[in-house]
Design a protein around this ligand. Sequence first.
Ligand code: APR
Ligand code: ZN
Ligand code: ZN
Length: 361
Amino acid sequence: MAQEVRGVIAPGKDEPVRIETVVVPDPGPGEAVVRVQACGVCHTDLHYKQGGINDDFPFLLGHEAAGVVESVGDDVTDVAPGDFVILNWRAVCGHCRACLRGRPWYCFDTHNAQQKMTLTDGTELSPALGIGAFAEKTLVAAGQCTKVDPAVAPQVAGLLGCGVMAGIGAAINTGNVGRGDSVAVIGCGGVGDAAIAGSRLAGAAKIIAVDIDDRKLETARSMGATHTVNSRTSDPVEAIRDLTGGFGADVVIEAVGRPETYRQAFYARDLAGTVVLVGVPTPDMKIELPLLDVFGRGGSLKSSWYGDCLPSRDFPMLIDLHLQGRLDLGAFVTETIALDEVEKAFERMHRGDVLRSVVVL
Ligand code: APR
Ligand code: ZN
Ligand code: ZN
């Protein structure tokens, strides 16, 4: 029997979100219904609401979530009712050319539930990033559920579903930050701070945080930054070079997603160093660089999708490290809110007042 639950819908371009009754079908083959316990508010949800992702309104928002599996389709064996899981938006296929080469974190054919959740009048909903977890329950592909230790608080666990995993992964998976490295992180919102926490976890010796907002730099310090640079008042490339013996950092992580900060990252790294772009640019953005500098400075220029994470490998490991007191994921939760406070949370996010507001159900 399909069930009716409450969910946060973006009805049309730039219209305020509202709570509607959502019809959640029973799980079919390869699917699972998850009782959502917590879901963080991410920029991508706001982009959906603003029509910046696509025009497939109405959207069921929310995608940084954790909860308990309620029921699964007949053939599902990886997860079972009662399992505590983090939802991910990259359920790998196992068959594409990336998966077949043993690099499933690059999977080019990730999947979601086949059936659609709807409004009571039958209107099909588009779940944000194939999840739709600002809802009491949601239908996903079973491969989108990753079991982790249930000792962790759901509002903390859910963060790994998107932004925090993107930042940690940008450092440890894409940037390969290792013991003794110098790292600079440009942009210290939730993603940049997670890159800082990930760099600390990986043993970086020097972690330079760059932002235009002193409040953000203060938080960055508590996440593990050893030095801070306000790039409104000083040239970040010069400052990073000064702090690294005149050379630049081994790894520079760009967590803003703008051409000017990418250029800073490009010139603030040491020769043969690595630039990681984890900030998401908009379609109109372009960058021009002297090709001789691209060649002459060597090293690698990488982008990081979802922190190049493999949920089955990374989620349980990071939750264990959190439970051992070695990774303070709780520091990313600025506030917990109710389902009907998502619109207000968007405003606070837009003003830069929060790292993460998390809906708790
Ligand atoms: N130089 C340095 N820092 C900047 C600049 C700049 N020119 N412009 C903005 N910032 C800082 C902001 O002050 C803020 O602290 O970048 C940070 C961005 O943080 P958030 O807006 O909280 O965004 P976050 O959730 O961290 O995501 C960062 O990654 O996933 C993508 O879409 C997301 O592109 C975004 C980026
Ligand atoms: Zn694949
Ligand atoms: Zn997100």
